[in-house]
Ligand binder design. Structure first.
Ligand code: DQA
Length: 145
């Protein structure tokens, strides 16, 4: 089965109770269940990881680059200012490994600081604004390596 790594950045472990009017009521454990279900229907084995640490996310992206594992990444707030994360993503996608940037909300319709993404320019594509369905769309959109 094709492996896919889904990486969630800071504060996403608090899904379900964190600003539910913006991020919805599906918590991280329920998102894990949905991803496993959607993945198996698409013939994908999904591993979901979440961290609040930038260095951990970068380490996981390096591992994915070395193993040529496609990634779905919600960089959360790092989206808007992390050049280190961007460089790790550029290293991965420049090897031909796909990485789809996802967001639950639509950052473009929110505060001005959210309108910039350091990641979009080096991602394979971006899906935002559809709640957990953003991840489902990303699984469906993943191009072959
Ligand atoms: C987010 C949007 C970011 O602006 C925010 O910092 C998050 C979540 C989203 O999924 O909508 O933590 O990435």
């Amino acid at each position: 089965m094709r492996q896919v790594l889904v990486l969630n950045g800071p504060n996403l472990g608090r899904l379900g109770s964190r600003e539910p009017e913006i991020y919805g009521t599906v918590d991280h454990a329920a998102l894990a269940d949905l991803l496993a279900e959607w993945g198996s229907a698409l013939g994908l084995e999904v591993s979901l990881r979440q961290t609040d640490e930038e260095s951990r996310l970068i380490e996981w992206i390096h591992q994915a680059a070395d193993a040529a594992t496609p990634v779905i990444l919600n960089p959360a707030a790092f989206t808007h200012y992390s050049y280190a994360l961007r460089d790790a993503v550029a290293d991965l996608t420049s090897r031909g490994v796909p990485l789809i940037e996802v967001h639950l909300s639509n950052p473009a319709s929110r505060e001005p600081f959210r309108r910039n993404s350091t990641i979009s320019e080096v991602a394979t594509g971006t899906i935002a604004g559809f709640g957990p369905t953003s991840y489902h769309l990303a699984l469906q959109a993943l191009p072959p390596v």
